[in-house]
Design a protein around this ligand. Structure first.
Ligand SMILES: [Zn+2]
Ligand SMILES: [Zn+2]
Length: 171
């Protein structure tokens, strides 16, 4: 039996439950100990070309290989199974033309959930609300999750958490 806790590097960042890869790596790069600021530089440091930039735009065709996940795991210290959990399950088609959001979920825990990008996801089952992909105040598109630093619309500044009242019910 392994008794010692795994040693994590100083830049180790625990993924949230159901977090999307795009949101996770945005947070990862904004850490103070991190010197890389773009998906491509991190991707190159892991030796996986530009794959990460693609994943952060929810483009999973082709899917991450075991080798790519292992290379990223080695670089950032997060276990392969946790990296896999940031990606869609095999065979799940993704929405990548827009970023979708349940603002009530966001208010409860401010991060982007991977399942919001599944084509099969019509709404938030927990809150029975349709997902939104544009700012209700100014119609600007919700940015890709790796850009969610402030958690607000990049044009008018409306907070994602305030967008809840504009979400429509779904049944
Ligand atoms: Zn919700
Ligand atoms: Zn706006």
């Amino acid at each position: 039996m392994e008794t010692e806790a795994p040693q994590h590097p100083p830049w180790y960042l625990e993924p949230f439950e159901g977090e999307s890869i795009s949101h996770y790596f945005g947070r990862f790069r904004r850490q103070e100990v991190i010197s890389v600021s773009t998906p491509s530089s991190l991707s190159k440091a892991a030796g996986i070309g530009t794959a990460l930039s693609r994943w952060e735009k929810f483009r999973f065709n082709p899917r991450p290989t075991q080798k790519e996940l292992e290379a990223m795991s080695k670089l950032i210290g997060v276990e392969v199974n946790k990296l896999e959990a940031l990606c869609p399950p095999n065979g799940v088609a993704m929405v990548h033309r827009s970023t979708r959001l349940c603002a009530v979920c966001y208010r409860e825990a401010p991060y982007h959930r991977i399942e919001w990008q599944f084509q099969s996801t019509e709404g938030c089952e927990k809150h029975r609300l349709r997902l939104i992909s544009r700012c209700p105040a100014c119609d600007e598109k919700i940015p890709l999750p790796f850009e969610w630093k402030e958690g607000s619309c990049q044009r008018c500044g409306m907070k994602f958490s305030s967008m809840a009242k504009r979400q429509k019910l779904y049944d």
